[in-house]
Write a protein that binds this ligand. Sequence first.
Ligand code: NAG
Ligand code: NAG
Ligand code: NAG
Length: 308
Amino acid sequence: MNILNIKLIFILFIINTCQYLSCEGVNSEATRPVVLWHGMGDSCCFSFSLGAIKIIIQEQLPGVYVKSIKIGCDEIEDVANSYYGNVNNQIDEVCNMLEKDEKLKNGYNAIGFSQGGQFLRAVAQKCPNPPMKKLISLGGQHQGVYGLPNCGSMQYKMCDYLRKMLNYAAYIRPIQERFVQAEYWHDPLKEEEYKQGSIFLADINNERVINETYKKNLQQLEALVLVKFDNDTMVQPVESEWFGFYKPNQSVELETLQQSLIYTEDRLGLKQMDLNGKIHFLSVQANHLQFTDHWFKEQIIHKYLTMS
Ligand SMILES: *[C@@H]1O[C@H](CO)[C@@H](O)[C@H](O)[C@H]1NC(C)=O
Ligand SMILES: *[C@@H]1O[C@H](CO)[C@@H](O)[C@H](O)[C@H]1NC(C)=O
Ligand SMILES: *[C@@H]1O[C@H](CO)[C@@H](O)[C@H](O)[C@H]1NC(C)=O
């Protein structure tokens, strides 16, 4: 082999290595942007909730871009919009926001807090550009709720009122279009009314028809991480956080995701994802969203938001 050939091989080797590092190396993965969507009664930026979470992520992943979704002009409107409005419109607005953000164009990981978990899943299913890579759902209610016990002491009256109203009239169109929690209210004793009337959850769970686009888009996720809070006194039933629910036509016995029709009929591609090892079931022995900083760093940031 002459010297020229050796040089050529060396140069090719260098070019290859550089391409690997710059396109798919540790760097780009470690700094993949993160999108957050807060829960009911919360906002994008309160220093005691998602503001603090954003700081932790930025400390652990230096240089990372974190976008915390805000709906409305300020934090007050953002909180109000977590109770009032049409979630489908909010999701359209968020899709628009993410698509316009240059920093997200190569993809992002998403973390949903409580109802933000199912809303971000809808974003994954409806809006493949920019691509969501991993979805981490912290106490999200993927099969909805049939009760909101103890939903925040500060908003106690509001919660009580909501619960009473939803028990009577969740599936009436004007209620559906105005009250966020009605849109994922899942009454197991009125399964048919839920399927026909729920403008948000029954749609993204492919209850009425199988929307192949939703199925295809969801399956593009590298990972769906479902975190359940075992001692959750706010979400009923807690199994909804792992995509489980009540068995049909009663409100006592529960079934897991794997026992449900959405899985056995593979209406949403979840069976395929599960068989491919893409669904991660995590649990925390604590009340709703009561995780520690240590847990969040070890079990979420370093497990799912970095390379290994
Ligand atoms: C399926 O979802 C896509 C994306 O949201 C939508 O454009 C389309 O109309 C839906 N199809 C059906 C049959 O609902
Ligand atoms: C939390 O839930 C777990 C699992 O259901 C249970 O074993 C534990 O006793 C509960 N802890 C508290 C403080 O209720
Ligand atoms: C639940 O009730 C509905 C309406 O009465 C019925 O159509 C359906 O077959 C029932 N499902 C099961 C699993 O019994």
